[in-house]
Design a binder for this molecule. Sequence first.
Ligand code: ACO
Length: 335
Amino acid sequence: MYTSRIAGMGKFVPENVVTNDDLSKVMDTNDAWIQERTGIQERRHIKKGDGNSTATMGVKAAEIALERAKISKDDIDMIVFATLSPDYYFPGCGVQVQEMMGIHTCPALDVRNQCSGFIYGLSVADQFIKTGMYKNVLVIGSENHSGGLDFSTRGRGVTVIFGDGAGAAVLTRSENEGQGILSTHLHSEGKHALELSLKGPSTMHWVPQLIEENPQEDIPYYPYMNGQFVFKNAVRRFSEVIMEGLQKNNLEVGDIDMLVPHQANLRISQFIQKKFQLTDDKVYNNIQKYGNTTAASIPIALCEAWEEGKVKEGDTVVLAAFGSGFTWGSAIIKW
Ligand code: ACO
């Protein structure tokens, strides 16, 4: 019986730091409002001409992950790329990464599950490895939000939250049962699809049609978020899916060595921490520095926690995410 374990992780964020004060120069917002509501102090944004895109940032994170895993790109059996902000409408970023990294003709798959994308990707990779079909799978989460946000005051409720960056993990086969990914748990509830969404450009909302439908300036090609509704559902689903993972593995909250929640909003993480009565050293947050990077947030945070020595061999690590769809999920890992 095979299991999969994370053999190496990498992360990449653009150099360009955008503080709350920087945003307040282009829209009616302020540092106090943003920090109080979200905990975010700054985020990274791609700068025009710096050579970064969703795919290239994914490549940079993947190269570090492969080096740390000591696995050659030639031994990758599959690429799974999670993003809601691909470089192109089609094809997906997975094949771009394949070409940019010179990886052979293995399958490359894009996952469209927004903030839960990395956990969905991890779960897909885990299944392929567990069945014995593949040995090494590269899982990437990467986002270029800044390229598609509304930087006028109209967009401030959404725009201040999101940042750019990428994280990657190399999953490899292990025969050591009880180590690696113990289980993954995935859910979705499509009835709330439009509560956190970007309608177009798409086949239903093509640009000329958008302009025709919205002769003024309110063209819906910026993200929409029903913030308080998202908040309520997020805290509920985060709690449920963490408990589901623990119960499946006969674990208790006290067994958690590190919880790495999707970095949606510091208030959401703090709510979960309080609910489970976890001490500060058992929850990893870095949204203060990077904002919400959706599919990239968990791999960036997990990579950073590992780099800082906060995730160690033998630790029980819990990953949990909630996001647009709604989709949510968790992964229970014995590091
Ligand atoms: N700066 C200043 N004022 C603002 C800003 C801003 N950036 N954005 C909104 N406001 C104003 C609004 O216009 C409103 O003003 P009004 O009362 O005069 O009408 C006021 O602040 C309150 O607005 P709300 O939208 O009601 O603010 P709320 O307290 O709900 O906070 C927030 C908004 C932070 C988005 C909150 O709803 C939230 O945390 N939601 C969770 C959603 C989330 O975290 N999403 C992350 C992405 S999804 C994911 O990853 C799961």
